[in-house]
Write a protein that binds this ligand. Structure first.
Ligand code: BG6
Length: 477
């Protein structure tokens, strides 16, 4: 055991999102979330994610999110298990369509609000700090159908209604907020990120950046409102991060890698610094992107930057300027070359703990605001042994090395406030709709077809993570 580099009060915890764990998809007045119209991997998940208009018209045999892991009814048991691991924080999202089923409703759904009261009260019982994502891939489907999603400026008003209701309702219960999960994902998965389908757009890039502008304005307005309602509130942005490496020392590759990173930093540059980055001008011009802005937009961005920068990190990425080389890319969301120095998960996600340290240093150098690692983890197939045990040493290895590198980054001078590994309890995968791709310290008995008792059991990593938290990150063996 060595001396811990982690500061006192470090927010160790875990992360989930409403749309991937709650189930109860129409219960107590909830409206549809984007995932609720998407099938399993066998049913053609990826095609549906990329063609949501078609997906909405299709009747699938099975929808994994409809029951999911039933957190809606089992939250007490789950939070008790998190408490047993010693969680100091729990990242979750509030389902927007559970509060405003159509997105544009005049009044909120009381039953939905009451559910999150119960969840936050349960957290408080154990001294667990909730860390709330306001929109985690959860723009109501009705806003997609009736308004075309975030490319429509009206979504700012609907989102602000939602924010006002939840900021007031949970004042004193929730202090840490994030405005949009992986805000840069709107460029890759517009249905998840922006509740929109860009397939019919004359200039899909323009539509996505227009929607992004609306979200950036909404994020700044929400930050302002959160601070007005309760000065204790801490509001963060959230980036799908992962440093991009150059395939070779050819400057063209290095330039390409820099551009790839800027694609994500673009969002955080606005949210953390308060203005559109200088490089965006040329990018917009070359892509024929003409953003429609209203008076006051640039002021609100300038005056209401975030308090902290949160991000997810699963892997680094590798890119080349040579189209021939790029023919070999893998990965559906972020195309990446295979890095010969790294191993990969069963889903091909490359494992790069040092990449986390590199990413943290790069982000901190750029923004000089506290960082929060709000997603990280290994999606893997777990085997339940005859005696019921689940020996997920591969997950422990993954986590150990990532926690170690986070510690190194802190020693490098990075101000890190917390760590909430993804899917602390097994849940439905966003990308593939699978249950088989498990991230949890807690196993949930449910398979890809929706069979299983939904019973919870502890994996070997449960006790390991408990020890990590107990020792504030100094005991990683
Ligand atoms: C992030 C998302 O992109 O990655 C989560 O914020 C998602 O919602 C996680 O679940 C892991 O991805 P996947 O596809 O394995 O669920």
């Amino acid at each position: 055991m060595t001396k811990s580099p982690f500061p006192e009060g470090f927010l160790w915890g875990g992360a989930v999102a409403a749309n991937q764990c709650e189930g109860a998809y129409l219960e107590d007045g909830k409206g549809l979330s984007p995932v609720d119209v998407l099938p399993s991997v066998e049913g053609g998940r990826w095609d549906a994610v990329m063609n949501p208009t078609k997906a909405l018209e299709t009747k699938y045999d099975y929808y994994p999110s409809h029951e999911s892991i039933d957190f809606y009814h089992r939250y007490k048991e789950d939070i008790a298990l998190f408490a047993e691991m010693g969680f100091k924080s729990f990242r979750l999202s509030i389902s927007w369509p559970r509060i405003f089923p159509n997105g544009d409703d005049a009044t909120p759904n009381e039953a939905g609000l009451a559910f999150y009261d119960r969840v936050f009260d349960e957290c408080a019982k154990y001294g667990i700090e909730p860390v709330v994502t306001i929109n985690h891939f959860d723009t109501p489907v009705e806003l997609f159908k009736n308004y075309g999603g975030w490319k429509n400026r009206k979504c700012i008003d609907f989102y602000m209604n939602f924010c006002e209701v939840i900021f007031n309702r949970y004042k004193g219960k929730v202090k840490y907020w994030m405005t949009f999960n992986e805000i840069n994902m709107i460029l890759h998965l517009p249905f998840f990120g922006g509740g929109m389908d860009v397939n019919g757009e004359a200039n899909p890039e323009e539509a996505k950046y227009q929607a992004a502008h609306h979200q950036l304005v909404a994020s700044a307005m929400a930050t302002k409102l959160a601070h007005e309602i309760d000065p204790e509130n801490q509001v963060g942005c959230m980036l799908a991060a992962g440093a991009t490496y150059a395939f070779s020392c050819d400057p063209k590759d290095v330039w390409k890698a820099m551009q790839a990173d800027r694609e994500g930093y673009f969002f955080i540059d606005v949210q953390a610094r308060g203005y559109y980055p200088s490089y965006s001008k040329r990018f917009f011009k070359e892509h024929n992107i003409n953003l429609v802005m209203e008076d006051g937009d640039l002021d609100v961005l300038k005056n209401h930057t975030v308090d902290y920068v949160a991000f997810s990190y699963y892997s680094s990425r590798l890119t080349s300027a040579d189209p021939e080389v790029m023919k070999e890319t893998e990965g559906n969301v972020f195309a990446t070359l295979r890095n010969p120095n790294l191993e990969a998960s069963e889903w091909g996600w490359q494992i790069d703990p040092l990449g986390l340290r590199i990413t943290m240093n790069a982000i901190y150098d750029r923004y000089q605001k506290p960082l929060f690692v709000v997603e990280n983890g290994l999606g893997a197939v777990d085997t339940v042994e005859a005696d019921g045990s689940i020996n997920d040493d591969y997950r422990i290895d993954y986590m150990r090395e990532h926690v170690r590198e986070m510690g190194e980054a802190i020693e490098d001078g990075v101000d890190l406030i917390g760590y909430t590994p993804w899917g602390c309890i097994d849940l439905v995968s966003a990308g593939s709709g699978e249950m088989k791709k498990r991230y949890g310290f807690i196993y949930v008995d449910r398979d890809n077809e929706g069979k299983g008792t939904l019973n919870r059991s502890k994996k070997k990593s449960f006790d390991w993570y408990k020890k990590v938290i107990e020792s504030n990150g100094s005991d990683l063996v």
